[in-house]
Design a binder for this molecule. Structure first.
Ligand SMILES: [Zn+2]
Length: 285
C-alpha cells in the first residue's frame, strides 16, 4: 500500500500555502487521502462543490474524510501538519439546469445557514455540451444569480463556449457584492480583460500547464494578483506532468507554479495572493 503523499516530493515547493479554489471532493476515489496529500503539499483551503440537484453526500461525509485524513497523516509520521480548511459551494450546474427546481432553490437557501457553505455554484452556461436547453440554462443562471444578490453570497461561475452570453447576464443583473469567480478560466487575455473590467475574479486550473495553452498563459499575465485564484476542478483536468491521471487538490501547486511563470514572479507571491483572495471570498463572516 502506498503511503500518504508519495508523489508530494515531486511537486514544486511554493514557499507559501495556497488554496484549491474549486474541487469536487465527492467525485474522488479517496477524498480522505486526497485531503491528507493536500495538507502535505501546502494546500490551506479547499472549496468543494456540491450540486444540490444531484447528490449531497459531502454534507454527511466531510467530517469523516477529515478525521481519516488526520489519522493517515499521524500513521505516516506527519505530526503537526494542518489539514486544509474546507468550504462548500452549493448550486445547480448548467448541465443540470433542467433539474433546477424550486425545491433545489429552497435547499440552496437553507444551505447558506450551514457554517461551511460559502458560495453558490457552479452555475452558469455550458453551450459546448448543451445538456440542458440554452433558455433553461439562462433562466437557472439568472435565478441563482439573483439569489446570490439577495443572500449576499459570492458565486462560482462555469462558462463554456458561452462567455458573451454569460458576461451579458452578469452585466445586466450586476455582480454580487460578495464576489464573482469565473472558475477554470480557459480563454485568452482579451476575454480575461472583459471579465476583470466587470469586476470578476479569475480562477486558473490545470490547463494553464498544458504546452499549447499560450493564450491562457497570456490571460494569467494580464490578471492582477488581487483578482486571481488557482484551483484543480478535480478529479478533472490534472495539470502537467500528471495530465491524463486523476486530479486532486495537491496538484494545485503545479497550476500556481505555471501562473507564476506566466507572470514572471515568484511562486510564493502567487500562492500568497491566491490564498488571501480565496479567504476573502470564501471565509467571510
Ligand atoms: Zn467544477
Amino acid at each position: 500500500m502506498t503511503s500518504v503523499g508519495d508523489f508530494i516530493t515531486s511537486l514544486p515547493v511554493l514557499g507559501n500555502p495556497v488554496c484549491d479554489a474549486h474541487a469536487h471532493l465527492d467525485m474522488l476515489e479517496d477524498p480522505a487521502r486526497a485531503l491528507a496529500n493536500a495538507a502535505l503539499a501546502g494546500i490551506a483551503l479547499v472549496a468543494t462543490v456540491v450540486d444540490l440537484s444531484e447528490d449531497e453526500r459531502t454534507f454527511l461525509e466531510l467530517d469523516g474524510w477529515l478525521a481519516s485524513a488526520a489519522r493517515m497523516l499521524t500513521a505516516d509520521g506527519h505530526v503537526g501538519v494542518e489539514l486544509p480548511e474546507v468550504r462548500i459551494v452549493v448550486g445547480a450546474h448548467p448541465h443540470n439546469a433542467s433539474e433546477f427546481t424550486p425545491t433545489v432553490a429552497a435547499r440552496m437557501r437553507e444551505a447558506t445557514r450551514l457554517p461551511r457553505v460559502s458560495a453558490f455554484g457552479e452555475l452558469g452556461l455550458d453551450f459546448h455540451y448543451d445538456n440542458s436547453p440554452r433558455d433553461v440554462q439562462r433562466a437557472a443562471f439568472r435565478e441563482q444569480l439573483s439569489m446570490a444578490h439577495e443572500l449576499a453570497v459570492p458565486i462560482v461561475v462555469h462558462l463554456r463556449e458561452a462567455h458573451d452570453d454569460g458576461l451579458a447576464i452578469l452585466r445586466e443583473q450586476g455582480l454580487p457584492a460578495a464576489g464573482c469567480i469565473i472558475h477554470c478560466f480557459t480563454e485568452g487575455a482579451a476575454t480575461a480583460e472583459r471579465f476583470l473590467e466587470a469586476g470578476c475574479t479569475i480562477s486558473f486550473a490545470g490547463p494553464i500547464t498544458f504546452k499549447k495553452a499560450v493564450a491562457l498563459r497570456e490571460a494569467a499575465e494580464v490578471t492582477p494578483l488581487d483578482r486571481l485564484l488557482v484551483e484543480t476542478d478535480c478529479p478533472f483536468l490534472a495539470p502537467e506532468p500528471f495530465r491524463g491521471r486523476k486530479n486532486e487538490p495537491a496538484f494545485t501547486v503545479l497550476t500556481a507554479a505555471a501562473v507564476a511563470a506566466a507572470k514572471g514572479i515568484s511562486t510564493a507571491e502567487v500562492a500568497l495572493a491566491a490564498l488571501s483572495n480565496a479567504r476573502k471570498l470564501y471565509l467571510r463572516g
